[in-house]
Design a protein around this ligand. Structure first.
Ligand SMILES: C[S@@+](CC[C@H](N)C(=O)[O-])C[C@H]1O[C@@H](n2cnc3c(N)ncnc32)[C@H](O)[C@@H]1O
Length: 283
């Protein structure tokens, strides 16, 4: 009986998503977002697609494909549903140490020389907000007056952006935040913590697909961590070209610690600090 049920399930899975379906979906996803599903991670796409079909009450991948091919809003929701949004506060502490002890002092020197006291930062692929909120808390701690900062935090996931704007984090998600920051920058609410309005006001949350030009210019610092790992090299290179255009002269960029531009033909220079490695637009 148990074996029979298993066989029926696995047959249903085979029928559910043929090789041709996989090819069609992964081509569309790649063209629309740069996210690259390989044969190895096909099962991830398959399970996320199944979940989306269940939510929509649709029982055929072909019917659903026809709907995302003609309906831009549904395509956005679908792309949202296939993203990986894993993140946490103070993820990769070494980056924040490098930010505090190397990047911020360097940027202050450069900007002071031209009479500008505002740091412009872009958190690209911000997920549920832990990264931009970490940056905002740290800069609030270390920047002396009259220095100011502005953060743009963007993602392709509308669900994530809604969660960012809410600024609520359950108890299980606040690990990594030092107690002093928790007291100073959050309010204790039922079931978790809510980010203070003054920290919220330093961040603009925007829907943005990294396939397109963001229109941002003169950014002093870009965080794009654990995002390009889902792209193939051609898409990574194209995104790097767009970051380059959005960044100021002598600005910095952090990518994820398991990501690298090594061997890629970009104009960024590799910078090794005592705390972490990062990239710089030197000209
Ligand atoms: C794993 S999270 C990383 C979050 C955060 N940067 C960190 O390192 O903790 C990757 C995020 O990139 C976003 N993303 C993936 N492809 C994107 C694209 N083409 N444009 C914008 N955001 C994208 C996903 O929606 C997801 O929220």
């Amino acid at each position: 009986m148990f074996f029979a049920a298993l066989t029926i399930n696995s047959m249903a899975d085979v029928v559910f998503f043929s090789d041709a379906d996989f090819e069609q979906y992964r081509t569309l996803i790649y063209n629309e977002s740069g996210i690259h599903f390989t044969a190895t991670n096909r099962s991830i796409l398959e399970s996320r697609l199944k979940e989306r079909l269940r939510e929509k009450g649709i029982d055929s991948v072909k019917t659903y494909f026809a709907s995302i091919a003609k309906d831009k809003e549904e395509l956005k929701s679908f792309l949202d549903s296939i993203t990986t949004n894993l993140t946490r506060f103070f993820r990769n502490q070494a980056h924040f140490d490098a930010l505090e002890h190397f990047v911020v002092p360097e940027l202050m020197k450069i900007k002071k020389a031209v009479g500008n006291n505002t740091l412009k930062i872009w958190s690209a692929g911000c997920s549920t907000g832990e990264e931009p909120f970490t940056i905002a808390m740290l800069l609030s701690e270390i920047l002396p007056p009259p220095w100011k900062f502005e953060i743009v935090a963007s993602d392709i996931s509308l669900k994530c952006l809604m969660s960012c704007k809410e600024g609520f984090y359950a108890e299980s998600r606040i690990t990594g935040i030092p107690d002093s920051y928790l007291k100073k920058y959050f309010d204790k609410v039922e079931g978790g913590y809510k980010v203070h309005a003054d920290i919220m006001s330093k961040i603009r949350f925007d829907y943005h697909n990294l396939k397109n030009d963001s229109g941002l210019r003169n950014q002093d610092l870009v965080f794009c961590r654990n995002v390009i790992i889902y792209f193939d090299e051609a898409a990574q290179l194209a995104v790097m070209g767009r970051f380059w255009e959005s960044m100021a002269s002598k600005s910095f960029m952090f990518i994820g610690h398991s990501e690298s531009l090594f061997g890629m033909n970009t104009k960024f220079e590799f910078v090794k600090t005592e705390w972490a490695t990062l990239y710089r637009k030197f000209i």
